[in-house]
Design a protein around this ligand. Structure first.
Ligand code: 5GP
Ligand code: MG
Length: 178
């Protein structure tokens, strides 16, 4: 097997800065927006973009987190106790807000479908947008991202490895060929 770096530290930094600008432009500011990261790496991406938005707009933006393992239709064996954000906390964060979901890699779209279910259970957001660091294709549902760090055409056998400084050694996206 071999691996190839497709985003280094600078490329990740620039992509997140661009996404922050796109987000501010699309939403005409950041009023009413809440960034929600999907565990684990989506949370760090959401926090980084929130830092950029503070620099750009001079206003803080709320950041929340979501663990959707309970809602995955293809992983029925995972216990409900794996939910990290209490529903009450999420309810307050979601109601009437413009939600921007963050994940590291978008693949079939099933995780995002599950995240939409989880958010709808919390109340009625005004709207939901999606930001991902990598879109690797192979969608099985009608889901598309509003903000993309990098489009990476992959085969189903390939794997994307996302390393983020907050939990891994460095900032790096690698494609692994079996
Ligand atoms: P989906 O639900 O769209 O099939 O897969 C997306 C979810 O699985 C994301 O939460 C993502 O973290 C993970 N995932 C799917 N494919 C990959 C991949 O190639 N690399 C990484 N790092 N995560 C993936
Ligand atoms: Mg994930």
């Amino acid at each position: 097997s071999d691996s190839r770096v497709i985003m280094d530290e600078s490329a990740i930094r620039r992509a997140l800065t661009r996404i922050a600008h796109e987000m501010v432009e699309k939403n005409k500011g950041i009023q009413g927006c809440v960034l929600i990261g999907i565990r684990t790496r989506g949370i760090y991406l959401a926090k980084r973009v929130a830092e950029r938005i503070l620099e750009i707009e001079g206003h803080p933006v709320a950041v929340g987190e979501l663990d959707i393992t309970r809602y995955r239709d293809d992983r029925p064996h995972i216990a409900e106790s794996s939910i990290t954000t209490p529903d009450e906390e999420l309810k307050l964060l979601v109601k009437d807000k413009r939600i921007i979901l963050f994940d590291d890699v978008l693949y079939t779209g099933r995780t995002i479908r599950a995240a939409l279910d989880a958010l709808m259970d919390c109340g009625r957001p005004q709207s939901i947008q999606l930001a991902v660091l990598v879109d690797r294709g192979h969608r099985e549902l009608p889901i598309r991202p509003d903000y993309v760090g990098k489009n990476v055409p992959t085969s189903r056998h390939e794997q994307i490895d996302v390393s983020l400084q907050e939990i891994d050694d460095d900032d790096c996206v690698t494609i692994l060929h079996p």
